[in-house]
Write a protein of this length. Structure first.
Length: 276
């Protein structure tokens, strides 16, 4: 069966999109096989799974840059890298991606479907494909991610500048419907909430405006999340009994329920087709 393809969309950087991606992937991997595509040239997810030294030395042919290159020669077995977790695989970013991020009229039409076509080729080996997008919502990696996705989520901090950036992402998603009419918006997940009156105010405003599009689960700003980041680990691995880990697990359960309401349920991956 084909995997469920998820993307996070955020116009503003620094909202915790990549951290939330890392933690969600690890939570889903408790029961499912997950391929994580690192579409952000900064490579934070790649470094978390593969280490900084390995990331800095990834050749173009073994990174997402090869897939973004219109003249690339893609070998799925070279792109898909195993990690220390048996159910998590990653297509890493690389420094070479900086040459292929711009989306302009000169970009061949087929270049917008590179991720979709790649996932179609390798997807039977996975239950989920999660794409971590860059904060540039008009980039080629972001467009590719949205065109390939079944479901899109937006990570938002309960602060003014983060909330103000929501409209741009929704406008881009409307444009993507031309190339991917089946994509569904799963909602907003509040990340980095602290016990501050202003955070409660913005969270309440979000819920008043967007209703049940806002996930019930909030990802609180807890020290275990920062410590896990520093250790290069997901919080469910670093501190599995912590409140932060339980928040992540609740978020994953809530996401699965939302996907099910939209007719999206993970199948059983064909393990024989996984990358070695």
């Amino acid at each position: 069966m084909a995997p469920i393809v998820l993307s996070f969309l955020a116009e503003k950087g620094g909202v915790g999109r990549t951290t939330t991606s890392l933690n969600l992937v690890r939570a889903l991997a408790e029961r499912h096989r997950v391929l994580c595509i690192d579409a952000d040239k900064q490579g934070s997810i790649s470094q978390a799974y593969l280490g900084s030294v390995r990331f800095e030395n990834i050749p173009k042919s073994h990174s997402l840059a090869e897939l973004l290159d219109p003249h690339g020669d893609v070998d799925p077995e070279e792109l898909i890298q195993p990690t220390s977790h048996p159910n998590v695989f990653v297509v890493p970013a690389s420094r070479d991606m900086r040459f292929f991020v711009q989306l302009d009229p000169a970009t061949p039409v087929q270049g917008r479907f590179a991720f979709r076509d790649f996932i179609h080729e390798v997807g039977d080996a996975f239950d989920f494909v999660h794409i971590d997008t860059p904060p540039d919502i008009h980039s080629r990696p972001t467009w590719n991610a949205l065109v390939a996705s079944h479901a899109v989520l937006t990570v938002v901090q309960p602060e003014a500048f983060s909330v103000q950036g929501l409209r741009g992402g929704m406008l881009v998603l409307q444009e993507v419907l031309r190339d991917n009419p089946s994509v569904r918006f799963m909602g907003y997940v509040v990340n980095g909430k602290r016990r501050l009156a202003v955070h409660t105010l913005f969270e309440n405003q979000l819920r008043q405006i967007h209703g049940d599009q806002v996930f019930e689960t909030c990802i609180d700003d807890l020290k275990e999340v920062k410590e896990a980041n520093a250790a290069g680990q997901a919080v469910v691995e670093y501190a599995p009994e912590s409140k932060a880990a339980k928040n992540t697990q609740r978020f994953a359960v809530e996401l699965l329920a939302r996907l099910k309401r939209h007719g999206l349920e993970p199948g059983k991956a064909d393990k024989k087709r996984r990358a070695a």
